[in-house]
Design a protein around this ligand. Structure first.
Ligand SMILES: NC(=O)c1ccc[n+]([C@@H]2O[C@H](COP(=O)([O-])OP(=O)(O)OC[C@H]3O[C@@H](n4cnc5c(N)ncnc54)[C@H](OP(=O)(O)O)[C@@H]3O)[C@@H](O)[C@H]2O)c1
Length: 335
């Protein structure tokens, strides 16, 4: 066990796309758990696009990180010391409250024991964790896909997108991937997506969506906002459902209003429904969804890909890969 705790603290609020120098690596003594708390050693940390919102003073759905505070984030780790009767040293746990550091003090609330029989422990941060659950609830509850529907998914090869595409196929839909490279689209095809659009090379994105979705888009799983959103909104089918899951394309103008073409006419004509999605609204159903995804995975109906950086010192760089389209699959850090 290390005898010091390395921690990434926020140095400044970035403007536009963040840089590695927006955080600073500091060392402090390994902390002691208080009453009903645990000391947990980080094994894997998750880096996620939502973290862009946490390092901005702009209004958000959750509290942000202040200058000098340890960067927030979820992880999987091993309990080293426990002052709580429900946890003991050696337990593998997952929590949203790890932060970018070697050791975290965790309360029992919000800390979950990881069941290693469901998959490798880091899958608790990918297809059996927040990304997989987001794909599941956003697609099924908000998208309400029916057999034969066309489902278009942006960031289609990413942590959420790759699972959403495969669930769309399980539900008998036609899945259309939108991603930044032919390599990522080839992987989407392997997963079962029926068609793919490279949004970086398509000369006219709206026309490419029309070509790939000749009957229009019944369910739009929007992971990005920005120009991809604008192109898909021109191609909505009657009674389309638009799931606003993420806005990663706005990372360079976070906190500013999202000004672009307005789609109100398209929404009216298609009588479409546009709905924001937030995973935390589905907490009481996490366990049932996790079991379903694990079962699909065991049956070979769901595959996944992870992109694992090595070492805590790589954490800011791993996060920045998400905002540059450089990750290929769920981005994790092996501490
Ligand atoms: N609302 C919720 O509760 C919730 C929960 C989980 C995730 N999300 C959101 O879902 C989205 C996907 O998250 P994830 O964890 O699965 O990440 P991810 O897709 O694994 O990684 C982010 C991806 O975003 C794409 N991207 C980055 N910059 C872009 C840009 N300027 N324009 C278009 N695409 C860009 C890249 O894919 P390409 O290579 O294809 O460009 C990149 O690989 C994010 O927006 C995230 O915030 C929301």
């Amino acid at each position: 066990m290390r005898n010091a705790n390395r921690q990434w603290v926020l140095e400044r609020f970035p403007e536009g796309i963040p840089a590695e120098t927006d955080w600073r690596l500091v060392e402090s003594p390994v902390p002691e758990p208080g009453d009903r708390e645990m000391l947990v050693q980080s094994l894997y940390l998750s880096v996620d696009p939502y973290m862009r919102g946490r390092i901005s003073p702009a209004k958000n759905y959750a509290k942000g990180v202040d200058i000098g505070e340890v960067m927030t984030g979820s992880g999987v780790g091993e309990v080293v010391r426990s002052n709580h009767p429900d946890f003991e040293p050696g337990d593998i746990v997952e929590s949203f409250q790890f932060g970018w550091q070697d050791f975290a003090i965790l309360p029992a609330e919000g800390t979950r024991k990881v069941d290693p029989s469901l998959g490798p422990i880091h899958s608790a941060l990918s297809y059996l964790g927040m990304p997989g659950l987001s794909a599941y609830f956003a697609l099924l509850d908000i998208g309400q896909p029916k057999p034969g529907d066309t489902v278009a998914i942006s960031a289609a090869s990413g942590a959420v997108g790759q699972i959403a595409g495969q669930i769309a196929k399980i539900k008998g839909c036609r899945a259309v991937a939108i991603a930044s490279s032919d390599e990522k689209l080839a992987w989407c095809r392997e997963l079962g997506y029926d068609a793919g659009i490279n949004y970086k090379t398509a000369p006219d994105l709206t026309a490419s969506v029309a070509e790939a979705c000749p009957n229009g888009v019944d369910v739009f799983f929007d992971n990005t906002a920005g120009p991809i959103h604008d192109a898909v909104m021109q191609n909505l089918a009657l009674k389309a459902r638009v799931i606003v899951c993420g806005t990663v394309a706005l990372a360079d103008k976070f906190g500013q209003p999202d000004i672009g073409p307005r789609s109100l006419r398209q929404i009216l004509v298609a009588r479409a429904r546009v709905e924001g999605f937030l995973i935390f609204d589905f907490q009481d159903r996490y366990e049932a969804a996790r079991e379903q995804i694990a079962a699909w995975h065991a049956e070979g109906k769901i595959r996944h890909r992870e992109d694992i950086a090595e070492g805590l010192e790589q954490t800011p760089a791993a996060f920045l890969k998400l905002l540059r389209s450089e990750n290929f699959g769920k981005q994790l850090v092996k501490v």
